[in-house]
Design a protein around this ligand. Structure first.
Ligand code: MG
Length: 167
């Protein structure tokens, strides 16, 4: 069966908020008294987007490509993961149509930081910022996110192969 020229993927990630870590989301450091715990920098937004892109391309998940058992990725900048995955897609002739993402965080306020996240992520993915949408919402005080114990993110990505790429 012919491979579909348009594909979608979904990504989901959560990291625990702890003291003594920088809060990094979308590759941007956000001033806060806690940060996200992880083998890498714990950037749940970037991880969700990376997983959505991998999912769209049928290339597994972020853990397969960047194992949390691998010392190379200790405290790694998650932009390295995202850039690598965009390279894998480009090698296969895929272009990114658009990415939509939601951050789930009780605190701090995300809105002031979203323009910087968009700029950083779009630059890393080599796309126009207009192809990327980032939303943020609280969890209305419910569950671990609502209690401020974690920050999660969700993302969807659409990728395509243009006719010219199909040859
Ligand atoms: Mg993660």
């Amino acid at each position: 069966m012919a491979e579909s020229a348009i594909r979608i993927g979904i990504g989901n990630d959560i990291h625990r908020l702890v003291e003594g870590r920088k809060l990094i989301l979308g590759g941007v450091e956000i001033p806060f008294d806690k940060g996200l715990l992880g083998h890498s920098d714990g950037d749940s937004l970037s991880h969700a987007i990376t997983d959505a892109l991998l999912g769209a391309a049928g290339l597994g998940d972020i853990g397969t490509h960047f194992s949390d058992k691998d010392a190379r990725w200790k405290d790694a900048d998650s932009m390295v993961f995202l850039q690598h995955v965009c390279g894998l897609l480009a090698e296969r002739g895929y272009k990114i149509g658009n990415v939509d993402a939601t951050i789930l965080a009780e605190r701090p306020k995300m809105m002031p930081h979203i323009p910087a996240m968009k700029a950083k992520l779009a630059e890393t993915m080599a796309i126009d910022p207009a192809q990327l949408n980032i939303k943020a919402k609280t969890n209305e005080g419910l569950d671990a996110i609502g209690r401020g114990e974690a920050i999660a993110a969700q993302a969807v990505a659409l990728i395509f192969k243009s006719k010219a790429c199909d040859g």
